[in-house]
Design a protein. Structure first.
Length: 377
């Protein structure tokens, strides 16, 4: 039998207690150091999308408050190649973030293919991101550097921007404070600020949530275009009429933003030549020429047949955000865009069969879509 003196026992217990405390302290230190390393490590540089040689790129430059919040509404648009955060029209060359008070505004510069997305469409999205009647800044960010402005690059952009401002003014009681100015200069911001919503998504969501921007957008903007109904000849049926003419699934998808089952829908495996039109309005949306087998179980396309017949918007949920596709005239929910498609666009237009009607190539003339016959001859 082994006897341990009570004093020695107390000493042993204290040694074990100290060892345990040191072990816990060491673990906590390592965790904190790892967190600091992640927090302060240099973010990877923004990688620009290469532009095909046969495409003429145009630029659009907008200021709408914090540039972190202005990048993502444009980045998923078909025809937009790059969106860069930076500083516009100030007095200092190559300013740092701390120097934006020297006449610069925080801004984004968009490189886009005008054959696929128009300046009018970009302006429509721009206005829907801001409070145009605030002359002193944007939401929680105050000061000249956060005020809104449209910097036009040519006479046509100036004309369209001025037209858009007049239409926006009709929607607000207070005078629109957004400036329209000739573009002079743009300097990209530090890498830290590029794609902030991707690199630091939690911080971005916290900042955006408390800024009041989303609340303002929800309360003051709807899904309708600033260009109004003057360009639309289509009159959408009433909700009662839609319930009578659409199947329950078609109604759920198009009117309630539903999603049909994968591999259990009409067109996911359709390989016939023809076009796909909106089930409600009949506006042409996609062509079998751009359809491909994505393996997802839904009809997938690399690009729209008529870019003007679709509208894209951010679809926010608890898992993040996606880019939703809606039809322009009927405002039907059609599907979503993902960035896992084939080259050259790298996009996958993942659509619901229930939101579309297929017109075979040999029926185009008969159905009133004769202008597309040449695509299949």
């Amino acid at each position: 039998m082994v006897y341990i003196h009570i004093g020695n026992l107390d000493k042993i217990l204290k040694q074990k207690e100290n060892f345990f405390s040191m072990k816990v302290l060491l673990i906590l230190t390592l965790v904190l150091l790892s967190a600091c390393a992640l927090q302060f490590s240099e973010p990877e540089q923004k990688v620009k999308t290469p532009v095909p040689k046969n495409i003429t790129i145009k630029k659009a430059t907008f200021a709408g408050g914090c540039f972190w919040c202005m990048e993502h509404p444009f980045e998923s648009l078909e025809g937009v190649y790059n969106v860069t955060s930076g500083f516009a029209n100030g007095n200092v060359e190559n300013p740092t973030y701390k120097q934006v008070t020297t006449g610069h505004r925080e801004a984004i510069q968009i490189e886009y293919d005008s054959e696929k997305v128009t300046y009018k469409e970009l302006l429509d999205i721009y206005w829907h991101q801001i409070d145009p009647a605030d002359p002193d800044g944007s939401f929680v960010d105050r000061g000249f550097q956060y005020t809104s402005a449209i910097f036009y690059h040519d006479k046509e952009q100036k004309k369209v921007a001025e037209e858009s401002l007049k239409l926006v003014q009709k929607r607000f009681n207070n005078s629109v404070a957004t400036k329209i100015e000739a573009f002079k200069v743009f300097y990209p911001a530090e890498d830290y600020h590029q794609d902030y919503y991707k690199k630091r998504s939690l911080k971005y969501k916290f900042y955006r949530g408390r800024s009041g921007r989303d609340k303002f957008i929800k309360n003051n903007w709807d899904n309708s275009s600033i260009w109004g109904e003057e360009e639309k000849k289509y009159s959408k049926p009433s909700d009662e009429e839609l319930k009578n003419t659409l199947t329950p699934l078609q109604y759920k998808v198009t009117q309630e933003d539903g999603t049909e089952q994968a591999f259990n829908n009409e067109y996911w495996n359709n390989t016939k030549p023809g076009i796909y039109v909106d089930i409600v309005s009949g506006e042409p949306l996609f062509s079998s020429i751009d359809k491909y087998k994505s393996g997802t179980g839904w009809p997938s396309f690399t690009q729209p047949l008529e870019i003007d017949n679709i509208v894209t918007k951010k679809d926010y949920n608890i898992f993040g955000s996606r880019t939703e596709v809606r039809s322009n005239e009927a405002d039907s929910h059609i599907g979503h865009i993902f960035k896992d498609g084939p080259e050259p666009s790298g996009l996958r237009y993942c659509m619901n069969s229930a939101a579309m009607r297929f017109i075979p190539a040999d029926k185009l003339e008969e159905e009133g879509y004769g202008q597309y016959k040449a695509l299949f001859t």
